[in-house]
Design a protein around this ligand. Sequence first.
Ligand code: FEO
Length: 396
Amino acid sequence: MQALKITDKVYWVGAIDWNIRDFHGYTTDEGTTYNAFLIVDEKIVLVDTVKHGFFDQMAARIKSVIGDKKIDILISNHSEMDHTGVIRETIAEFKPSKIYASMMGVKTLQEHFGLIENLEGVADGAEVNIGKETLVFMDSKMLHWPESMICLMKNENLLFSNDIFGMHYASNKHFDDEVPQEIWYKEAKKYYANIILPYSNIVKAFLAKVKAKGLAPKIICPDHGIIWRKNPQLIVDLYATFAEQKATKKALVIYDTMWGSTAKMAASITDGLSSKGIEVKEFSLRATNRSEVASEILDSAALIVGTPVLNQEMYPSLGDTLTYLKGLKKTNLLGMVFGSYGWSPMAITNLQKFVETMGVKIVKEPTTSKFVPTEEKLKECFEAGVFMAEEIGKNL
Ligand code: FEO
């Protein structure tokens, strides 16, 4: 296992997790990386570690640079287990004399791992000299944990950004100029939608703070996925766009179905939307994971949700995905619900109430069908799609 040189002083010494397909409920079809970085100056510094189970990979890469030397400083920008899961093994092997985390990071690390010797909190703006280089620490509170911080190498103008600007993407190509844009865009969008979206207002404030300080890093090293060395401004600008949550001419139709009735209704609604030039993503929630839906909701203008009635309740898969989406707090969504029922449509009314609690603006009464939708009912669904398309048009 070899380290990868980023600059004369900085190396990637992380781990590639090729086979992870479920990252705490987020589907990672392309795997992920846990990025750790080694700075070799008068002092040797390790920025972040890796997930439990990947210590050997990280340690071998570190040793490919420094041999049997110890590490002087370990920086923990973020306490979540995918970056700290091997902190005990790292301390035991490389014996850092100082471990830095944010003030809150100190507390969080101890809540995870118990007492850690040589652990010291650094304030927002604190600087640590490591030889020719100086490291500057900056709070990045709630991006995406309360204790998150970032760290800038002053002279090289290289930013270690923890989870910010990351993506779940396993590859032996580690740089933005080595990965096609359509791939990194898709993965960066999915990552933003699933991890960062609830904190979009904080992203805006963070980007404004970075701009006010005149910071424009030459290289950005996130804790997952590719390193931005060719054009780091691309990902910064993309975050500014994502944070705006601007709707496009796009609708999301999500549903589950028992005997095909709700699926037929979904198809007719999609037809109605399409007839007015709206881009539609139609997902059966039995076939599509919540994190895929989240990715598509980021630039959607409308959320249209359908369910059959099962034991007087919405279908369980709806509960899963809608609960997840509610936590992501997407703004600027119009909505309607639909579904089929046998005895009582009450669960469809309750579905609408739930969708309202997500902050979605309901603009149409539910479209419902008793058992199998007739041709007339499917026409009504088509017209509901047309109506939603017109509402989307008015709202853009
Ligand atoms: Fe990649 Fe929030 O951990």
